[in-house]
Design a protein around this ligand. Structure first.
Ligand code: NAD
Length: 308
């Protein structure tokens, strides 16, 4: 039996998650959306690409949740996306209502699933989903750090004209303007970028990373990024389904680690079949710790607004 992956929200990110997941033949996919015809049409369209790509994954589209029963993983992308002039935080109350309703539907039918949250504002949505689901924190995870560090990696590779495969990068903290790119832990073939680039260039790349989503919103004018967000989500799905024990930055529930208690924040975790199998604690210098604490403060403010 193939694993079952449900993707709620068949918009830009959700449809691309479905596409990348079946192209990697990670499992069968159920796409759910409130718009009639869209999840059904996209599922059928993707099924028709199967013969060309050579995947046998089954694809189902639906406006309800019965087909999602017994999913192994549920990816939640349902909700509004940013438009120019909006911050991720502007989406808070509307998306909280949507995500709350979705979580209620999916956990009833897939009580043993792992939830991956994508909807923004990410850190608050994952905290909400954890509370609503009643799941252990290990099985409710937020996607942001993989995307933020992938953006940082892309910018470093462009700057140094090297393969993206040689570049590793770390971004911690919340998924917002206060995110914390960590140049010291970002390397090209093992060499920290602080040894390869001037402090000014490092600073410029960090700033471009923190504004990475905004740069694309400004170009699109009608929505936000989706290829890299979807690819990042699928990297997490793959790590879990293949029990890879892969270290990836994700929004995970901190219970004392990094001096934070009772809050979802972006940190490196080990992802495997059980979800978050370990929170990886790295040593931060005082300035990095201060930036991380500032980011934690921004996440806590949003979570407080939702009275979670
Ligand atoms: N975490 C991240 O790094 C990251 C990256 C990119 C986008 N996002 C967020 O992901 C979300 C989706 O972005 P997108 O570009 O795919 O937007 P989109 O507008 O293309 O798609 C969202 C879909 O959700 C559907 N939807 C709305 N309410 C629903 C409900 N109650 N049940 C099921 N489906 C519902 C809509 O009909 C729409 O098709 C946004 O909140 C965006 O900000 C997060």
């Amino acid at each position: 039996m193939r694993p079952k992956i449900t993707v709620v929200g068949a918009g830009n990110v959700g449809a691309s998650v479905a596409q990348y997941a079946v192209e990697k033949e990670l499992g069968d996919v159920v796409l759910v959306d409130v718009i009639e015809g869209i999840p059904q049409g996209k599922a059928l369209d993707l099924a028709q690409a199967g013969p060309v790509h050579g995947y046998d994954s089954k694809l189902v589209g639906s406006n309800g949740y019965d087909d999602t029963a017994n999913s192994d993983i549920v990816v939640i992308t349902a909700g509004l996306a940013r438009k120019p002039g909006m911050t991720r935080d502007d989406l808070l109350f509307k998306n909280a209502e949507i995500v709350g309703g979705v979580v209620e539907q999916v956990v009833r039918r897939s009580p043993n699933s792992i939830l991956i949250l994508v909807t923004n504002p990410l850190d608050a949505m994952v905290q909400l989903a954890w509370k609503k689901s009643g799941f252990p924190a290990q099985r409710v995870i937020g996607m942001a750090g993989v995307l933020d560090s992938s953006r940082f990696r892309a910018f470093i590779a462009m700057e140094l004209n090297v393969s993206v495969e040689n570049v590793h990068a770390f971004v911690l903290g919340g998924h917002g303007d206060t995110m914390v790119p960590l140049p010291r832990y970002s390397t090209v073939a093992g060499v920290p970028i602080t040894e390869l680039l001037s402090p000014e260039r490092v600073k410029a790349l960090c700033e471009r990373t923190a504004n990475g989503g905004g740069e694309i919103v400004a170009l699109f004018k009608t929505g936000s990024a989706y290829y890299a967000p979807a690819a990042s989500t699928v990297e997490m799905v793959e790590a879990i389904l293949k029990d890879k024990k892969k270290i990836l930055p994700c929004a995970a529930y901190l219970d004392g680690q990094y001096g934070v208690r009772g809050l979802y924040v972006g940190v490196p975790v080990k992802l495997g079949a059980k979800g978050v199998e370990q929170i990886v604690e790295i040593t931060l210098q005082p300035d990095e710790q201060a930036a991380f604490q500032k980011s934690v403060g921004a996440v806590r403010e949003l979570v407080d607004k939702l009275k979670l």
